[in-house]
Design a binder for this molecule. Structure first.
Ligand SMILES: *[C@@H]1O[C@H](CO)[C@@H](O)[C@H](O)[C@H]1NC(C)=O
Ligand SMILES: *[C@@H]1O[C@H](CO)[C@@H](O)[C@H](O)[C@H]1NC(C)=O
Ligand SMILES: *[C@@H]1O[C@H](CO)[C@@H](O)[C@H](O)[C@H]1NC(C)=O
Ligand SMILES: *[C@@H]1O[C@H](CO)[C@@H](O)[C@H](O)[C@H]1NC(C)=O
Ligand SMILES: *[C@@H]1O[C@H](CO)[C@@H](O)[C@H](O)[C@H]1NC(C)=O
Ligand SMILES: *[C@@H]1O[C@H](CO)[C@@H](O)[C@H](O)[C@H]1NC(C)=O
Ligand SMILES: *[C@@H]1O[C@H](CO)[C@@H](O)[C@H](O)[C@H]1NC(C)=O
Ligand SMILES: *[C@@H]1O[C@H](CO)[C@@H](O)[C@H](O)[C@H]1NC(C)=O
Ligand SMILES: *[C@@H]1O[C@H](CO)[C@@H](O)[C@H](O)[C@H]1NC(C)=O
Length: 708
């Protein structure tokens, strides 16, 4: 034992020596005494691997020694670095989002990338989407919310030409300046049914301009799922201009023989060696004149030759590193859990919860182990659903209770905020038609939420899946609508602080074994302080359900939920999707289409034939009228959720009249004409909804937050 230990120790010393010697004989790019490379990546100061090696926290590079060669990552995150240059740029790998179909199955992944201070260079990178039934959005944050995207269609894969990204099989658009984070969502209009099997997948990614050249063969497979794309990122020091930075002499980053250069919008600065000087301007004496000895000729240390020349020594070296890492890792694991708890807002949550005594006492804090066990270590077979917000697993707790466990994709702070938000919102709610939060776990890298398990899928699935559709008769749909309306009405008015859901859609209404509705997904919801009727927010929601007034003004009120709910009613009445490319151009957005048909007294043309019969036509008509009122352009003209719930409950109790089909058309027309509110004529079908649609037709460009 003693012998082995001393051999290890010796190897370790050689290892350290090698590192130190390499440092002395390579160009002075890293700070003296700091690790100068991670795998193939050279790490120049101001970047570094921790402690004083990096100039600030943002410049941390982590090396992961589990890979051979090692890989370097930005921060603690999972952004792999390809190359770092001292003149303000670095290159990282990004992934593609994908959306793949076969005749019965959708498999998708939405990639998101988060930088904290640095930004994606808008000249050197582009957003590309490929697919034949594809609309892809890239959105994120650049000091305000932005969203852009493009649309790519083709009828036949033979129409597609190599190298051309102009909307047939491939589309491209530039991304705005200053983007610090993005996520990419992909949707299809027809689940690729018309282009299968030639084109099973849509892909979308941000990549350096010349890095991707479209080839028609890329439409055929699913070969981009694991491909990584280089992206150029801009970095600067600090957030002030050179002038201000110079006044803080202690922290000013530019050293001798270098100039300070302001970044474009004065958000930070760079340093550049004087003309005729070369090197690293961030290090003392880093910029050196040409008279200095040419570094390439510096000799390799004999120690390296010894270490590399002896294979036994090399093996021992590896062993040494491995055992050192193992020891360190064990010690770090327990520290990590505490750190995650902090990072995940554990303190914030604890404070918030203690402020709100008297609400539900039964929200449990689970340990990481409990949930790992419950999900069989997050086994694939336990995945219930995957989406932009994260993955939902089925879990079986120690007491045999079945639960749903939601895990976000990456632990980025905005996502953590959404989780805490969801916990806070659900914590106060106890309603039979709202999915119940059982607890959470904050010890893992990504926070986890634990819900009651709802067995019967989403209403979206039941309505738009051919097999299941027949199982939702009108009575059930009306009851589900009523229950959803009651839940929303409760959220808006009965809960102690009004809550706006913000993302009401069929996919967020779950059904339990009795087909009782359970509203879910409160990640985007907002609590409205009681002294305010509206708040300004970043516009969020799902296209097709999104309130146009909110989209234009960013003013969030309860009436935005009413709008979305109106669209839900229309979807239940018609069985049609909210955005459908098969419909003619002016009718692709359901809300528009529905209202325009109502205006022309052609309600019967659009009602779902699976539910329409002589007995319920009265009810359907009433619900249709109510739905139209919900989607009025002006929020103030829409009914409140309470009124909607009340009317729906009344309709449910309505005695059924037999109608003869013959007198149906005539009377209905009159009825609708007489009763139809005049605002439809100038309202929904004109500019505001039209604009939402037109802009998506070619390029989706919503500069939402700024539009006012
Ligand atoms: C370098 O990064 C680490 C990790 O974020 C941080 O703890 C350290 O303070 C940074 N160094 C400096 C000088 O800010
Ligand atoms: C290194 O990479 C491996 C494999 O992806 C991963 O499991 C491990 O957590 C990483 N280590 C660190 C310190 O990030
Ligand atoms: C990094 O960039 C430098 C300068 O542009 C280049 O010489 C080098 O080959 C690059 N390294 C990698 C790994 O891309
Ligand atoms: C569709 O894909 C799923 C998952 O990969 C697979 O289980 C299923 O058999 C596929 N169905 C068809 C019709 O290819
Ligand atoms: C696509 O075009 C080719 C050649 O023009 C034709 O043979 C094929 O049937 C077309 N496929 C579809 C699905 O229309
Ligand atoms: C710098 O400009 C970009 C866009 O040009 C913007 O996103 C970023 O927020 C600006 N930074 C500051 C500190 O104003
Ligand atoms: C497009 O490129 C692929 C491979 O890159 C090639 O197999 C195919 O023949 C090309 N198609 C046309 C129409 O040039
Ligand atoms: C990106 O793709 C690589 C290679 O397939 C994979 O290892 C990595 O986990 C992916 N990253 C994310 C955030 O999905
Ligand atoms: C994408 O990012 C935007 C802004 O950060 C956010 O509002 C939106 O919810 C995200 N979407 C998904 C699907 O993660």
């Amino acid at each position: 034992m003693g012998l082995i230990r001393s051999v290890l120790l010796m190897q370790l010393m050689i290892f350290l020596n090698v590192i130190l010697t390499v440092k002395a004989s390579t160009p002075a790019v890293a700070k003296p005494g700091c690790q100068s490379r991670g795998g193939d990546v050279i790490i120049p100061y101001p970047f570094g691997t921790g402690g004083d090696c990096n100039i600030t926290e943002q410049f941390l590079i982590t090396c992961n020694t589990s890979y051979i060669p090692n890989k370097a990552f930005l921060g603690n995150g999972n952004l792999e670095v390809i190359n770092i240059s001292t003149d303000g740029q670095l290159r990282i790998f990004s992934n593609a989002s994908y959306d793949c179909y076969n005749t019965s199955y959708r498999n998708w992944f939405y990639y998101r990338l988060q930088l904290y201070k640095f930004s994606i260079n808008n000249n050197k990178n582009k957003f590309t989407a490929i697919g034949c039934d594809t609309y892809a959005r890239v959105e994120g944050y650049l000091g305000q919310h932005y969203a852009t995207g493009c649309l790519s269609l083709c009828n036949n894969i033979t129409d597609v030409s190599n190298g051309s990204c102009s909307g047939i099989g491939c589309c491209q658009t530039s991304i705005p300046k200053g983007v610090m984070s993005y996520n990419i969502t992909i949707e299809s209009y027809e689940n690729h049914v018309d282009v299968l099997p030639e084109n099973p997948c849509s892909f979308a990614f941000v990549a350096e301009n010349d890095n991707y050249i479209f080839s028609a063969s890329d439409l055929r497979g699913s070969n981009f799922k694991d491909k990584q794309f280089p992206v150029t990122v801009d970095w600067t020091i600090g957030t002030t201009s050179c002038k201000e930075a110079k006044m803080d002499t202690k922290n000013f980053a530019c050293q001798e023989n270098s100039n300070c250069v302001d970044s474009e919008n004065n958000s930070g600065y760079f340093c550049k060696c004087f003309k005729g000087y070369e090197g690293n301007p961030y290090l003392p004496n880093g910029c050196q004149g040409c008279s200095l000895p040419n570094r390439d000729k510096s000799k390799r240390s004999p120690l390296i030759d010894i270490a590399l020349g002896s294979s036994i020594g090399f093996l021992g070296l590896l062993l040494g590193i491995v055992s050192l890492c193992w020891m360190l890792r064990q010690r770090q694991i327990s520290k990590l859990k505490d750190a995650y708890f902090l990072q995940n807002g554990g303190i914030l949550l604890r404070e918030e919860l203690s402020k709100r005594q008297g609400y539900r006492e039964d929200v449990k804090v689970f340990t990481a182990e409990e949930l790992e066990k419950a999900t069989n270590n997050y086994h694939e077979s336990r995945i219930l659903g995957q989406g932009g917000q994260g993955t939902v697993y089925k879990g079986i707790l120690a007491d045999n209770r079945i639960v749903a466990i939601k895990k976000s994709i990456i632990g980025d702070p905005s996502q953590v905020e959404q989780f805490i938000n969801e916990i806070m919102v659900l914590y106060q709610i106890n309603h039979k038609n709202v999915v119940k939060l059982l607890g959470c776990c904050l010890e893992t890298q990504v926070p986890l939420l634990v819900y009651e398990y709802i067995t019967n899928g989403t209403v979206f699935h039941h309505l738009h899946n051919d097999d299941a559709a027949s199982h939702l008769p009108w009575e059930t749909r009306l009851r589900i609508a009523t229950e959803t309306a009651e839940a929303l009405s409760y959220l808006h008015s009965a809960a102690s602080i009004p809550i706006i859901h913000r993302d009401i859609k069929l996919a967020n209404i779950l059904l339990d074994e009795n087909h009782t509705a359970k509203v879910s997904d409160f990640g985007a919801s907002r609590l409205i302080p009681s002294d305010q009727a509206q708040i300004t927010t970043i516009v969020q929601g799902t296209f097709g359900y999104l309130d146009p007034e909110y989209m234009l003004t960013s003013l969030l009120t309860e009436k935005s939920d009413v709008y979305s709910f109106g669209v839900v009613l229309m979807e239940m009445l018609t069985g049609q999707k909210v955005v459908c490319f098969k419909r003619s151009e002016e009718s692709r957005v359901l809300a528009m289409y529905f209202v325009s048909l109502m205006k022309e007294n052609r309600l019967l043309d659009i009602l779902d034939p699976r539910v329409l019969n002589d007995e319920n036509v009265e009810q359907l008509k009433e619900v249709a009228t109510l739905a139209c009122r919900c989607v009025r352009v002006k929020g103030e003209e829409r009914p409140t959720m309470k009124e909607v719930a009340h009317e729906l409950a009344g309709l449910q109790a309505l005695p059924k009249h037999p109608w003869s089909k013959n007198n149906l058309a005539g009377e209905e027309s009159e009825y609708l004409l007489g009763k139809f509110p005049s605002t439809y004529n100038d309202g929904v079908t004109s500019s505001s909804m039209g604009m939402g649609y037109d802009s998506i037709n070619n390029k989706i460009t919503f500069e939402l937050e700024g539009a006012r």
